[in-house]
Write a protein that binds this ligand. Structure first.
Ligand code: ADP
Ligand code: NI
Length: 226
């Protein structure tokens, strides 16, 4: 975090971040769809790393990253306001100023991928950074693990060759899932070119290539190495 001009302000902010970390950890725990505490932890650390490189407000970035999946819209019948309302309530209790709360809630509400053809509404530099960090955790080796965890949790099959991927135009149709391999084509392989920051783009490259390699091997095995 950038040293504040006022040391007591700096202490207050560090304390709020620590308390928020404990709150989120308690709430998410060992959730089994890939949206557990450790997903949030990785997003928090990656977002901070990007924020330092890109010169953003690390206080807003850290609180938004910590609270971004406090209650995911995908588990709330598509309602993105549930998570941001929980975050607002928590931040108010910590006496965070209203302007900062609004910034954070706007990020939480708009961070999620809602379909390949649905417009990304994230506006602030801090939001773009947290979104990049969240998306980095959706790709690469960890991304693959999370995707199959999510698919299993939703009772989706691993793969069904007769069902093709769709580039969804609305979040409602995006919520209708088919099989987990489709998720790579409907979202994960698109993320590399949709990164917001230079730092995020660079970090996405290797993870993207690893997913391509995984899919190549997957289909090779599926087709009996033909
Ligand atoms: P976002 O909010 O951008 O969707 P999250 O942090 O909520 O990001 O994590 C989304 C992750 O959940 C995906 O990257 C993937 O691992 C998993 N996921 C979401 N939808 C599906 C799906 N239909 N099939 C498999 N995994 C999915
Ligand atoms: Ni997330």
């Amino acid at each position: 975090m950038k040293p504040e001009k006022n040391p007591s302000d700096f202490m207050k902010k560090s304390e709020i971040i620590t308390k928020t970390k404990e709150f989120v950890k308690r709430k998410l725990g060992n959730e089994s769809s890939g949206h557990d505490w450790w997903h949030t932890y990785r997003v928090w650390k990656t977002a901070l790393q990007i924020a330092k490189k890109e010169g953003a407000d690390t206080y807003v970035v850290q609180l938004s990253a910590l609270l971004h999946d406090i209650s995911d819209w995908k588990f709330n019948k598509g309602d993105a306001s549930v998570g941001s309302n929980i975050a607002r309530h928590w931040l108010k209790k910590q006496k965070v100023d209203e302007k900062t709360i609004c910034l954070i809630c706007e990020i939480i509400q708009n961070i999620s991928f809602k379909g390949a053809k649905v417009k990304n509404k994230i506006k602030t530099k801090e939001g773009k950074i947290v979104q990049d960090a969240d998306r980095l955790d959706a790709i690469g080796a960890i991304g693959i693990a999370r995707t199959f965890a999510f698919g299993g949790k939703m009772n989706n099959p691993i793969y069904a060759p007769d069902i093709n991927p769709v580039l969804h135009k609305t979040k409602k149709s995006y919520l209708k899932q088919t099989h987990t391999i489709n998720h790579f084509y409907e979202k994960l392989l698109l993320l590399k070119d949709r990164m917001n920051t230079k730092t995020g783009k660079k970090m996405a490259e290797k993870r993207h290539n690893f997913m391509k390699l995984f899919l190549k091997e997957f289909f090779k095995e599926w087709n009996c190495n033909k």
